[in-house]
Design a protein around this ligand. Structure first.
Ligand SMILES: CC(C)(COP(=O)(O)OP(=O)(O)OC[C@H]1O[C@@H](n2cnc3c(N)ncnc32)[C@H](O)[C@@H]1OP(=O)(O)O)[C@@H](O)C(=O)NCCC(=O)NCCS
Length: 200
């Protein structure tokens, strides 16, 4: 299997959104919110100035898109006095037909490498606590970083991008409000009614 990682192009947008919607779809969310996934709409929103081209990547196999990752700007850690910009990982998606073949791993490793080249100190995320530690992510609590509500839990993780990058940084992680689904849930429901999704 030959997987290539490259930057996303405009021509990839539909395919990436359809794949993201399918991979994240949950019927129980559909019953609650009248939509089974919103991550495809988040991808759509994040493209609008939140993700540098270098950090918006697709995985392809035989020219077919099988995975996608975004590392977004606009979030920071603050102790009330200083503010440190950090990247936020997600959404990360692998086509359900191609999962557990190392594609997610390839995307994360390439994303980390590029983030290091761009001199960011850290990547933060909310994700599966059993998936990300193998890439070096740890519970943010060990860096004395909490959510904006002052909480810590296993799914809230941080990765230093160089040695001791977070040793002098602590406080609250202020994730950009673009990630807050309640801000745009109704727009996502409208977006999801587009023909490209109904035909899926
Ligand atoms: C999570 C995801 C990106 C992983 O991509 P992938 O290409 O399947 O992952 P890899 O092949 O690199 O790694 C596979 C390993 O990851 C772990 N893994 C995969 N999916 C997982 C999940 N949902 N929860 C926890 N661990 C998971 C397993 O340990 C697996 O190893 P195994 O096959 O030996 O059990 C993919 O399953 C996906 O798109 N899921 C739906 C969307 C999603 O949840 N995105 C991430 C949000 S945090």
């Amino acid at each position: 299997m030959r997987v290539t990682i490259r930057e996303e192009k405009k021509a990839d947008h539909n395919r990436v959104e359809i794949m993201t919607r399918e991979a994240f779809w949950k019927d129980d969310k559909l019953q609650k919110d009248n939509i089974g996934a919103t991550e495809h709409y988040l991808v759509h929103l994040l493209r609008d100035g939140f993700v540098p081209d270098k950090l918006n990547l697709v995985a392809t196999m035989d020219n077919k898109i099988v995975g996608h990752i975004m590392l977004a700007t606009g979030s920071y850690v603050t102790d009330g006095n200083t503010q440190t910009d950090v990247l936020c990982l997600g959404p990360l998606t692998v086509d359900p037909r191609y999962q557990r073949q190392g594609i997610g791993t390839r995307l994360i490793k390439e994303g980390i490498k590029r983030a290091q080249e761009m001199n960011y100190p850290a990547i933060m995320l909310y994700g599966h606590p059993s998936y990300y530690p193998k890439f070096g992510f740890q519970n943010a609590e060990i860096y004395d970083i909490t959510t904006k509500e002052g909480k810590n839990f296993d799914a809230f993780m941080a990765l230093e991008l160089y040695k001791d990058a977070l040793s002098d940084i602590s406080g609250k992680f202020i994730m950009h409000s673009i990630y807050e689904e309640e801000e745009w849930l109704q727009d996502a429901i409208l977006f999801d009614k587009q023909a490209k999704f109904r035909l899926d």
